[in-house]
Write a protein of this length. Structure first.
Length: 263
């Protein structure tokens, strides 16, 4: 009799443990965060003038491991970091527009808390989205020793289109769109074409095309001058890549926020 009661007690204990484990797993699943959706909501709240502090708190209090696990494809990382960069530009400069007076310091300042680490706009753009490019290397020189945060969360395959998606707050920056990872490639292509059509001017008599200075600052990302010409032709800015001369226009750095577009 005692032996039987003992086995019944053991079975009851095991049953309770199993239930506890299932409940814990369910709670963990329910509490998991869709960080791509969160980044989209971040921008949507800014556009509709809703509070974003709760979203910022979630981003600040996650871990590198949790964020890396959630952003498990290149497109997820591209869409997430573009949204995060553009959202924080709006948030910070709307509250403190005077920071833009010294743009060099502004972009390098570690002022964004994500996964327990303070990061700069330069880190997000050049480290995470451009895959550890040295910001002064024109797209030809990578950083030697990126830290753990950068190694774990950067994109695997950087693409040139991001330069026509990142909005740094200036009037000549591309407008801000909400990027969804499922169609981010399509959105980037559409955004690229629209921005190039807006900022480029081709003179068929002189065969000179005037383009945004972004092509000059990040020329390696575009494949050099030949790559730039190919991109211009693909986007129907020039009819051919042969005998075309390129001129870079001056960039308008005047602060210009709330510049949104749907893609």
């Amino acid at each position: 009799m005692k032996l039987r009661l003992y086995f019944l007690a053991v079975l009851f204990a095991l049953s309770c443990t199993a239930k506890t484990n299932v409940q814990a797993q369910t709670e963990t699943t329910e509490e998991s965060v869709d960080f791509n959706e969160l980044s989209e909501s971040f921008l949507q709240n800014i556009i509709t003038e809703k509070d974003t502090q709760e979203i910022q708190n979630v981003l600040a209090n996650t871990t590198i491991e949790e964020l890396a696990a959630a952003l498990d494809t290149n497109d997820k990382r591209l869409a997430f970091w573009i949204n995060i960069y553009n959202a924080y530009i709006q948030v910070i400069l709307q509250e403190n527009p005077e920071l833009y007076d010294d743009r060099g310091s502004f972009f390098k300042m570690e002022q964004i808390l994500i996964a327990g680490e303070m990061v700069s706009f330069a880190k997000i753009e050049h480290g995470l989205i451009r895959k550890s490019q040295w910001e002064y290397g024109l797209g030809y020189i990578r950083k030697w020793f990126p830290n753990k945060f950068e190694r774990k969360l950067r994109v695997d395959k950087p693409i040139y289109n991001i330069h026509f998606a990142l909005n740094c707050g200036a009037k000549d920056c591309p407008p801000v769109a909400v990027y969804e990872w499922e169609r981010v490639q399509e959105q980037l292509q559409i955004g690229t074409k629209r921005h190039l059509e807006k900022t480029s001017e081709f003179n068929s008599e002189t065969n000179v095309v005037k383009v945004t200075s972004l092509f000059s600052w990040f020329r390696g990302d575009f494949g050099g001058k030949s790559g730039i010409k190919k991109i211009l032709k693909e986007n129907e800015i020039v009819p051919t890549t042969k005998d075309i001369d390129i001129e870079y226009t001056n960039y308008d750095w005047n602060l210009y926020l709330d510049n949104f577009i749907e893609l």
